[in-house]
Design a protein around this ligand. Structure first.
Ligand SMILES: Nc1nc2c(ncn2[C@@H]2O[C@H](COP(=O)(O)OP(=O)(O)OP(=O)(O)O)[C@@H](O)[C@H]2O)c(=O)[nH]1
Ligand SMILES: [Mg+2]
Length: 65
C-alpha cells in the first residue's frame, strides 16, 4: 500500500462541451448519458477507476453555465 494513491476528480464546465463523454472514455463504460443537446446531465454522476496503484473517484456534474 506504500505507493497507493487515491483522489477525487470533478469534471466541470459549460454544457455540451463533452464532460460526460470524457467520463465514459476514462472509465471505458457508458455510465453517463451523452447527447448533442445542452443540459443533458441532470445530477452528479460518480464513477471509480481502480488500478493496482491508484483509485480515482470521478464526478461528472450538470452544466455549470
Ligand atoms: N467533435 C467532438 N465532439 C465531442 C467531443 N467530446 C464530446 N463531443 C460531443 O459533444 C456533445 C456533448 O457531449 P456531452 O458529453 O453530452 O457534454 P456534457 O459536457 O456532458 O454536457 P452537459 O451534460 O449538458 O453538461 C456530444 O454530441 C458528444 O458526442 C470531442 O472530443 N470532439
Ligand atoms: Mg453531461
Amino acid at each position: 500500500m506504500e505507493n497507493f494513491k487515491s483522489g477525487f476528480v470533478s469534471l466541470v464546465g459549460r454544457t455540451n462541451v463533452g464532460k460526460s463523454t470524457l467520463l465514459n472514455a476514462l472509465v471505458k463504460e457508458k455510465v453517463a448519458i451523452t447527447t448533442n443537446k445542452t443540459q443533458t446531465t441532470r445530477t452528479a454522476i460518480k464513477a471509480i477507476i481502480n488500478s493496482e496503484n491508484y483509485q480515482i473517484i470521478i464526478t461528472d456534474t450538470p452544466r455549470n453555465t
